[in-house]
Design a protein around this ligand. Structure first.
Ligand SMILES: N[C@@H](CCC(=O)N[C@@H](CS)C(=O)NCC(=O)O)C(=O)O
Length: 219
């Protein structure tokens, strides 16, 4: 196994996979893809025409794997200790996949909608879509708060792929939609994620790019 990750340290879905790599201590090399650079962009689109990162290459197996969850499943299937990311027991694995999907679809996607609307050109904003994203985020926050009451991590009190998905999505979501005091279990979970050493490392590596985060506009 010779893993190479195409990613950007500031990109939230890349952070999800980086968390999984650091959790398992998996060795890998990486290319930081600057989509603003025309050559880098063309090269990356040649690898994955959808143009979204992360993408993982296993150069030994000759495999190219897109999609953060599929990448983490691949890592989990290949490395020692991978069953921490995705338990072997089918019932638990299903729960991990469910919460991974939940964080991607109902926290990560609305967060991206709110953030990317800020970088749209003047006159091209989508206030209706952003308002919808904010409502969807509020509903999802409530669901996670109820789920996390009395729990340490999303599934079976073991840090898994679901928590890898939760870390960057909640980190960025909380910046555009602060978690209210009325949701103490979600607040506490968010704090635990921020203290997790793998995610501390991810955030440290993202620091040089902090200025990329778009400022609030009138939405
Ligand atoms: N479903 C994909 C989503 C990946 C994604 O949205 N990546 C963002 C960065 S966080 C991206 O590549 N954005 C660049 C673009 O859309 O041009 C996954 O899970 O990997």
């Amino acid at each position: 196994m010779n893993l190479h990750l195409y990613c950007h340290p500031f990109a939230s879905y890349c952070q999800k996979v980086l968390s999984a790599l650091y959790e398992t201590g998996t060795p890998f090399s990486s290319t930081v893809v600057d989509l603003g650079d025309e050559t880098a962009r063309t090269d990356f689109y040649a690898i994955w025409p959808i143009g979204k990162f992360p993408v993982l290459a296993d150069r030994t197996a000759g495999q190219m794997i897109p999609e953060s969850s599929i990448i983490i499943e691949y890592i989990a299937s290949q490395v020692k200790g991978g069953d921490a990311l995705l338990p072997r027991e089918p019932g638990l694995a299903l729960q991990v996949r469910l919460w991974d999907r939940f964080f991607d679809h109902y926290i990560h996607e609305p967060m991206q909608k709110i953030v990317t609307d800020r970088i749209r050109p003047p006159g091209q904003h989508d206030p209706h879509g952003v308002a919808q994203a904010r409502r969807s985020l509020a509903t999802a926050y409530g669901i996670v708060d109820r789920h996390m009451a009395g729990r340490l991590w999303a599934v079976n009190d073991r840090f898994s792929m679901a928590d890898c998905a939760a870390s960057p999505s909640l980190y960025y979501a909380a910046r555009v939609a602060p978690i209210p005091d009325s949701l103490p279990s979600l607040q506490a979970y968010h704090r635990r994620l921020l203290e997790r050493p793998s995610f501390v490392r991810v955030l440290k590596e993202a620091e040089p790019y902090a200025h990329f985060f778009p400022k609030e506009n009138s939405e």
